[in-house]
Design a protein around this ligand. Structure first.
Ligand code: TXA
Ligand code: MG
Length: 325
C-alpha cells in the first residue's frame, strides 16, 4: 500500500468516526464531514466560524449516486451531471431524506457535486457516503488551493489534512440552481457559462445576487487581510504608486498587458495572460501579498468571459461593498 492509500484509509476512518478531513479537489481544498452526521457537520461550521444558516456542498463519488441525495433528478440536471461530472459544477436540487438538515442550513434544497480529483474520488470511494464540505478556510477569507494553506489557516482544528498537491482549477465550482425548469447560475466558477450554454443549447442567466442564500455571494468574501481596490487596467500602476507614496504597503496584481513594467510598490505579482493560469493562481497571489505585509492590493478585472467571469466575481467580492459616497 502506498503512503497515499494508507492516508486515504486513515482519512475515511476519521470521517466515519465523526471527524473532519481537509481534502483536495480540482477547485479548492474542502473541509469535509460525514454529510449524514449532524454533530460532525456542526463542527465544520464551528471551525470555519460560519453562520449555520449557510448551506454546504455534499460531495459524492459519482453521478449515479445523485438519486440517493435528492428527491428527484430533473432531465436538465441529469444532462448537466452527465456532461460535467466529475468536475467543477455544483447542482442545487430538492433535498432527499438522507442529507442532514444541518448541512443544508435548513433549506429544502441541497447542493451536490462530484469533484474531479483522484484523491477526492479515492476518499469518497473509501468512505462510501457523502461528504459535506465547504472550502477549508475561515468564513469570508481566501479559499485554500494547497494543503499548506489549510494547515496555516486551520491548524489543529482539522483532524486530518490529505495532501493532493496544488488545485488545478483554483476557483470554486459553478453553482447551478437546477430545481426549476430553467436553470440559472448562482455562483460563477470552474465550469464556464459558455460551456453550460453549449451543453444546454440555450442562454443561462447568472444571478450575482441570488434569492437563495449563497454566502459566497455576500460582500467581502474570498477576501485577503489587505484591502482590495479595483481600478481600470490602465490605472493600476498610477493608483498603486500613489498609494505607496502616501504610506501604504501596496501589492499589485499587474495586468498582463503591463507585464514587465517597473512599478514603485511593495510587492508586484504579474498576472498570467491565460485565464486558466490566472484562476489557478489567484488565491495564492492574494495570500502571498498578505504574507509579504501588504495592506492594500490594487487590481483590475479581467474580461468577463470564460473563467474571467469567476475571477472577476471573486475579485469584486474580495473588494467588498463600495464605501457610501
Ligand atoms: O468548488 C467548490 O464548490 C468548493 C469545493 C470544496 O468543492 N466548495 C465550496 O464550498 O466552495 P463553500 O461552502 O465555500 O461554498 C458553497 C456555496 C455557498 O455559497 C453556499 O451558500 C452554496 O454553495 N450552497 C450550498 N447549498 C445551497 C443551496 N441549497 N442553495 C443555494 N446555494 C447553496
Ligand atoms: Mg468558501
Amino acid at each position: 500500500m502506498t503512503a497515499r492509500n494508507s492516508d486515504i484509509e486513515k482519512a475515511a476512518g476519521v470521517l466515519r468516526a465523526g471527524g473532519l478531513v481537509a481534502f483536495p479537489t480540482e477547485t479548492v481544498y474542502g473541509l469535509g464531514a460525514n454529510a449524514e452526521d449532524s454533530a460532525a457537520v456542526a463542527r465544520v461550521f464551528q471551525v470555519k466560524a460560519r453562520p449555520t444558516s449557510h448551506p454546504l456542498i455534499v460531495h459524492i463519488g459519482g453521478a449515479e449516486q445523485l438519486g440517493e441525495w435528492v428527491e428527484d433528478v430533473p432531465a436538465t440536471a441529469r444532462l448537466l451531471a452527465e456532461r460535467f461530472w466529475p468536475g467543477p459544477l455544483t447542482l442545487v436540487l430538492r433535498r432527499g431524506g438522507r442529507v442532514s438538515l444541518d448541512a443544508t442550513g435548513g433549506l429544502e434544497t441541497v447542493a451536490v457535486r462530484v469533484p474531479d480529483h483522484p484523491v477526492a474520488l479515492a476518499l469518497l470511494s473509501a468512505f462510501g457516503g457523502g461528504v459535506a464540505a465547504p472550502s477549508a478556510n475561515r468564513f469570508g477569507s481566501v479559499s485554500p488551493t494547497t494543503a499548506n494553506h489549510v494547515r496555516v489557516e486551520l491548524g489543529d482544528a482539522v483532524d486530518f489534512v490529505l495532501d493532493g498537491g496544488p488545485c488545478q482549477v483554483g476557483v470554486e465550482s459553478t453553482i447551478v440552481d437546477a430545481t426549476g425548469e430553467v436553470p440559472s447560475v448562482l455562483r460563477p466558477g470552474g465550469v464556464t457559462r459558455e460551456d453550460l450554454e453549449a451543453a444546454l443549447g440555450r442562454r443561462i442567466a447568472v444571478h450575482s445576487t441570488s434569492r437563495v442564500r449563497v454566502p459566497g455571494q455576500h460582500p467581502s468574501h474570498y477576501a485577503p487581510r489587505a484591502r482590495v481596490v479595483l481600478v481600470e487596467p490602465e490605472k493600476v500602476i498610477a493608483e498603486a504608486e500613489l498609494a505607496q507614496e502616501v504610506g501604504h504597503q501596496v501589492g499589485v496584481l499587474l495586468p498582463p498587458s503591463f507585464s514587465g513594467a517597473q512599478v514603485k510598490a511593495h510587492a508586484v505579482v504579474a498576472v498570467p495572460g491565460s485565464m486558466a493560469a490566472y484562476a489557478r493562481g489567484l488565491y495564492g497571489f492574494l495570500r502571498e501579498l498578505d504574507q509579504r505585509g501588504c495592506d492594500l492590493i490594487v487590481a483590475s478585472l479581467p474580461v468577463e468571459e470564460g473563467l474571467g467571469l469567476a475571477i472577476a466575481n471573486r475579485l469584486r467580492r474580495a473588494a467588498g461593498p463600495r464605501p457610501r459616497e
